[in-house]
Design a protein around this ligand. Sequence first.
Ligand SMILES: N[C@H](CCC[C@H](N)C(=O)O)C(=O)O
Length: 291
Amino acid sequence: MNRNRFIKSHGLGNEYIVLDEDNITFELNEKAIKRICNVNFGIGSDGILLKVSSKNADIGLRIYNPDGSEAEKSGNGLRIFCKYVFDYGIINKKELTVETKGGIVKANIKEIKKGKANVITVDMGKAIFKSELIPTKYEKEEVQGEVILLEDKEYKINCVSVGNPHCVILKESLDIDEIKKYGTKIENYHMFPNRINVQFAKVINRREVEVLIWERGAGFTLASGSSSCAVASIMRKKGLIENEVTIKMIGGQLKIEIDDNWNIRMTGEVRQICEGILSDELLEDIEMYGL
Ligand SMILES: N[C@H](CCC[C@H](N)C(=O)O)C(=O)O
């Protein structure tokens, strides 16, 4: 098979490039990740999914943000990756386990269209509210309703981990310019040692929530699976929604189910955009210039 093959897919407009560690001829280091994810000097993407081996699950996955940082989990990334391994016959079953830095998850190919996986469910693990496990530097047991001051703005924050860290802010109305202005300040706030993903969330009713996303290491994205899980967990904890909710984002919507032990299940569509080969010139430029 050709070396340096990639596929590019999206989950609700949150796109990823998939690579196989056994197929690439270069080191997927920070320089490579930044250039490949750059829309002008590379392919352009919200991140990279690297297929790796696993001794503890059917397959392993490493998740990288466009800034080169590694993420413990990605909901859209996991659905895209499961579609890839199913569509390309790497794993010939509809139920599979994937080992990520944030734990082992179980996935289920829910719907197949013309022989390709189309809708995928992922059991994303448990919502963790303990502040030191998120992690945050807050002394309190949990970070719920804490106030942070950012220059001229005050936000009430609610933090949760779904394998990766999240800061959920409840809003009466959602403003893209506001999250683009303050998202990075919250992402890099000094109380979050590993930085944090940020969501502005507005309850529509007990079964629908609207969300804007600012991702750690990626910035403003059209959708985010782990963010959807985080928002649903916080809303459920505050008694604002039922245990099954639709999270509505600019790129589309996800169904999130939360059981009585805070186990989270996420279901949504994934679509492939293209497949191709990374050119030798791109690899030369990574070596010579990085980004
Ligand atoms: N930027 C996130 C990882 C990707 C999350 C998002 N794309 C998703 O679908 O969950 C982080 O650093 O934790």
